[in-house]
Write a protein that binds this ligand. Structure first.
Ligand code: PMP
Length: 404
């Protein structure tokens, strides 16, 4: 059982007023709030050990390097990667995906196929499109059904010996649908394809086990899991990371540089050119510790209660339609009300201190599928409450009355 009031007191922003009302923050899918322990760790880094890493012999540089590498080890343990050097620090999911698509530019050829799904965030569509344009490979798309679930038989039918990469998100940001990634990974491997999982929306809710999943790449962002912005992780299997060329050239990623030839550093440094977000990388480890202390079993159980309550209460509203009605869902609800633009609802409830996301959620193909301009998305975290959901429902009803 979680002590929600105690948890809420860990997050200073939650006691703020917005537009004169107590903040109700339901935009966790966009970014999560940060506990004081994470904020303190960032300050402590700059106050006590700020130095560049991996290069200085001096004490501060070594302290900063140790803290950074300890954090890499925490991530390794958290996602159960076999080796610490399979864990690359990135600036976020987008960076991780682009690192992989850049690498595949030297592998794919005309006639090869890349499979993405209709449920993807633009971050996991556009880089693959750019890769296909560059290489002559073809992009294939797994369709969805009316419940917002992937049509698995259609995925099976798309697979062939031409399939070189399959990529799907673990959890959809726009609808909250949890995808059957284990099945997808196994099937893709059976035809020899590599698999990248976009875990951006999964890591706030669950602890991925990359060895059990057997995915080749797993990308996520730190800022959605109580960590700082500008942080992220790309997990890649050692064999793949050795095979892919570096993404960016620069300092830190080399063994030796001459004008005739440069040789690259070993993993993970080959993919970590330049000075990284050192403070952010270290503090991501603090955020992971915090979440593990709360406990992912507790988080899931509680968020499921929030999801069930919100679904039931929102459906009391006449003319309200929920998108993404599949069974397997994280605590995200996307909805619209008949005849009202989502933006208008979002703006009115913002005046009441309630933060939701409105729009296409960087997933325009999903909006096109449902023939809508966008939705209102309420995404819940373990620090939200049933009372907050009830207040949102009342606010949405009020907005509906004002706008009808
Ligand atoms: N994929 C998904 C499913 C997401 O929800 C997001 C963020 N909204 C991203 C990718 C991109 O993450 P970032 O902007 O942190 O790189």
């Amino acid at each position: 059982m979680l002590d929600i009031q105690k948890i809420r007191s860990d997050f200073p922003i939650l006691s703020q007023k917005v537009n004169g009302k107590p903040l109700i923050y339901f935009d966790n899918g966009a970014t999560s709030q940060k506990p004081q322990i994470v904020i303190d760790a960032e300050v402590k880094y700059y106050q006590e050990i700020n130095a560049n890493i991996h290069r200085g012999v001096h004490t501060l540089s070594q302290l900063a390097t140790d803290a950074y590498e300890i954090s890499r080890g925490k991530v390794q343990e958290h996602i159960n990667a076999k080796f610490a050097h399979e864990v690359l620090f990135t600036s976020g999911t987008t960076h991780g995906i682009n690192l992989v698509t850049n690498g595949f530019a030297s592998i794919l050829k005309t006639g090869d196929e890349v499979i993405v799904s209709s449920l993807e965030h633009h971050s996991n569509i556009v880089p693959w499109q750019m890769l296909c344009e560059k290489t002559g490979a073809t992009l294939k798309v797994i369709p969805i059904n009316e419940n917002g679930e992937l049509i698995i038989e259609a995925f099976d039918a798309l697979l062939s010996e031409r399939t070189k990469v399959v990529t799907v998100n673990h959890i959809s940001n726009a609808l909250g649908i949890i995808n059957p990634i284990k099945y997808i990974i196994d099937k893709a491997h059976a035809v020899g394809a590599a698999v990248l999982i976009d875990g951006a929306q999964a890591v706030p809710h669950l602890k991925p086990d990359v060895q059990d999943l057997d995915c080749d790449f797993y990308a996520f962002s730190g800022h959605k899991m109580c960590g700082p912005t500008g942080t992220g992780i790309l997990y890649g299997k050692e064999a793949w990371l050795n095979k892919l060329p570096p993404y960016q050239g620069g300092g830190e990623m080399i063994k030796e540089v001459t004008f005739e030839k440069t040789t690259y550093a070993d993993l993970p440094h080959k993919f970590e050119a330049g000075t990284p977000n050192i403070a952010g990388g270290i503090v991501l480890g603090t955020a992971i510790d915090y979440l593990n202390n709360v406990g992912f079993d507790n988080i899931q159980q509680y968020e499921n209660e929030l999801l069930a309550h919100a679904t039931k209460r929102l459906l009391e509203i006449e003319g309200l339609k929920i998108y993404g009605t599949g069974k397997n869902k994280a605590s995200v609800i996307s909805f619209n009300i008949d005849g009202i633009h989502p933006y208008d609802i979002g703006s009115i409830i913002d005046k009441l201190g309630i933060a939701v996301r409105t729009g296409h959620h960087c997933a325009q193909p999903i909006m096109n599928f449902f023939c809508i301009p966008g939705t209102i998305r309420a995404s819940f975290s373990f620090y939200n409450t049933i009372e907050e959901i009830d207040q949102m429902v009342e606010a949405v009803k009020k907005a509906q009355t004002m706008l009808s």
